[in-house]
Write a protein of this length. Sequence first.
Length: 172
Amino acid sequence: MNEQSGESLRDFQARLAARLRDAQAGGGATSKLGFTAGGRAWLVRLDQINEVVTVPDLAEAPWAKPWFAGVASVRGALYGCVDLAAYLGLAEPMARGESRLLLAHPRFGINAALRIERALGLRAIADLAEEPVDGPAPVWQSGHWRDSTGQIWTELDVETLVTAPEFLEAGV
């Protein structure tokens, strides 16, 4: 990575961190964070995540399900890392390499991180149209949206996902 692209990544992360702080203070009702996992577009409310970080070294966990990517230390706190696409059955677990972790908000009482392909930045709610869902949706899906280009976005309810019994049972 050249210095210029590294600088823009730092700028992006700083802007995103500021927006996350604003959301936690009550100003997050107008935007959601967009990201990709399993080749699909997702949204998450800013008040449900604490931070987006580059995946640090992961310590593998023996006797874990394939979707459990390992344990990461982020600023001295240990996080159980789940490959979101693999957990949802959308793709095989990602190989080591460039990816990101969405850290679940600490208020959920679970140090969970969702491994995603990449963060896409903030999406304004005003620019999205609610999309009806055909049939029953999993409880961790809190909505579907369509943007002006026709892209469908699935909204992820992080709290419902990370507190689900199946999610918490990472051992085989």
